[in-house]
Design a protein around this ligand. Structure first.
Ligand code: FES
Length: 508
């Protein structure tokens, strides 16, 4: 809840709140498969393996389905903005076909699970659109419609949509879906337990020793032995293949407001214009649906988040006049440098360790796809699209060149530049109530927060992942690392990895 405005946080968390936490293991345990991370990729993998009769434990640092999965827009579609024309050029028509087939199969598989388990998760079939208002972008949409159609999707170029404003053109793909992600995942976790799987919450994994078995250590000093280990922590907490060099974290904002049913679009929309605008609606009751608008992506550590929220809300108000905003939240995605998720062996020499990451903004279909794929790989089988998603795939200049270099330049700029003294560095006395800033005290950089009562608390400004300097996001009250997206509470506790240790407390 935002106290000043009465605006609430994630609608998905509000309408499917967490129950009692599942406690950490009371002592060392041994299992066949340990899955680190209880979001959609981890829970899907664990559920598939338990269904095959494997002995599986899910280890979640916080609460299951409450990290990135609790803050998504919950679209289940194989149409990922403008991916197919890109894939056709970088991975060839066969790569585009495999991408379309694997994502479509994931959506159908989820529909099957919903039917089989009778999950009440507001599942709705809907079409997905990528649209543009500017005539300048119509050719890109035509190319995308052509590439998506060639890849096997029921894609077409159209000029009419269900949006209440005109578009210059759109790609439409029928038979996609939208749902309530937490209702789906909490039911999946219940079924996993019923089938003999284990879920441990509040269990942060801090160490991994590969071997036979692999050994995981946790912050509660409990170790977990496992024949196979799956790292599904969104941004991988263990990186043995320098995946961090191929992943860029990106935050994105969400605003939501109820709308009369007759005014609510029923399908799902996205445009890459205006720094992305995405629209869907969800059942809300009382003859209304909740309009959910996403956009304004930025790198973690940006300090203009409140202005971005204002811009996104203003766009929603302009396109859907008369809204009363009720919710707002933010999500975080990891973009891979070639726009294809990294799902498969953790590194080149890996025999029993696996990873799923880099889903961009499409973690729901991607997470379900990853669950299917990893359960096959862990069981010694392959599927047609194993190679497409294999994290060991070689980077090429065509696929990743510019994006890879840009990301490295971004990290280097922060790693080096943020350490240098600058003329605009604030002093302690300049930090207003409810704000934070990095200040230099005796040559060391401290991340200092002043609470609403005026009390200061200081933590080290060096991110515990690889040492970049954090900055304060006052709209979300978090220290954020611009390099790989770790996030920390004002007192330094971890909100989001890849960091596995809190920021150290400092006295000032
Ligand atoms: Fe990598 Fe902070 S997240 S250095």
């Amino acid at each position: 809840m935002n106290d000043e405005t009465g605006i609430r946080g994630s609608y998905w968390l509000e309408t499917a709140p967490p129950g009692d936490p599942a406690p950490p293991p009371s002592g060392d345990i041994a299992v066949e498969v340990a899955v680190v991370g209880g979001g959609i990729a981890g829970l899907s993998t664990a559920w598939e393996l338990v269904r095959e009769g494997r002995e599986v434990a899910v280890l979640e640092a916080d609460r299951i389905a409450a990290g990135v999965t609790g803050y998504t827009t919950a679209k289940l579609t194989a149409l990922h903005t403008l991916i197919y024309d890109h894939l056709r050029r970088t991975r060839g028509p066969e790569g585009a076909r495999l991408y379309a087939q694997s994502q479509t199969e994931a959506i159908r598989h989820a529909a099957g699970i919903v039917g089989e388990l009778g999950i009440e998760c507001e599942w709705e079939e809907a079409a997905a659109y990528t649209y543009a208002e500017s005539p300048r972008n119509v050719e890109k949409l035509r190319a995308e419609a052509d590439a998506a159609h060639e890849a096997g999707l029921p894609a077409e170029f159209v000029t009419e949509t269900g949006l209440p404003f005109e578009v210059a053109g759109a790609v439409r793909v029928a038979d996609q879906a939208q749902f309530h992600p937490r209702k789906y995942l909490l039911a999946l976790a219940d079924d996993l337990r019923r089938r003999g799987g284990s879920v441990y919450e509040g269990t942060r994994v801090v160490g991994l020793t590969e071997g036979e078995p692999c050994v995981l250590t946790t912050d509660a000093d409990v170790s977990v032995r496992a024949d196979e280990v799956v790292i599904a922590t969104h941004y991988p907490v263990f990186d043995r293949a320098l995946l961090f060099a191929r992943l860029s974290p990106r935050r994105e904002l969400v605003v939501a407001a109820p709308l009369a049913e007759e005014r609510a679009p029923r399908d799902m929309y996205i445009t890459p214009e205006r720094n992305t605008r995405s629209v869907r609606t969800a059942p809300y009751g009382d003859g209304r649906r909740l309009l959910i608008v996403t956009g304004e992506h930025f790198s973690p550590g940006a300090t203009d988040v409140e202005e971005r929220f204002t811009r996104l809300s203003a766009w929603a108000d302009d396109r859907f006049p008369g809204l009363t905003h009720t919710h707002r939240w933010a999500t975080q995605d990891n973009d891979s440098t070639d726009s294809v998720p990294l799902v498969g062996p953790l590194h080149a020499g890996s025999r029993h360790t696996w990873v799923a990451t880099g889903f961009g903004g499409w973690g729901l279909s991607g997470g379900i796809m990853a669950g299917r794929l990893l359960s096959e790989l862990v069981s010694g089988r392959t599927v047609e699209w194993s190679g497409l998603y294999d994290p060991r795939r070689l980077a090429t200049v065509v696929r990743e060149g510019t994006s890879f270099l840009k990301h490295q330049a971004h990290v280097a700029k922060h790693f080096v530049g943020d350490r240098l003294p600058s003329l605009t560095e604030p002093a302690l006395k300049d930090i207003p109530r409810g704000e934070g800033a990095v200040v230099r005290v005796n040559g060391r950089q401290y991340a200092v927060h002043r609470d609403e009562q005026g009390r200061l608390q200081a933590v080290s400004a060096r991110c515990t992942h690889l040492g970049c300097i954090v900055s304060y996001n006052s709209a979300e009250q978090a220290w954020e690392c611009p390099c790989h997206g770790s996030r920390f509470a004002p007192d330094g506790q971890i909100l989001q990895g890849p960091a596995v240790h809190p920021l150290k407390r400092r006295e000032i």
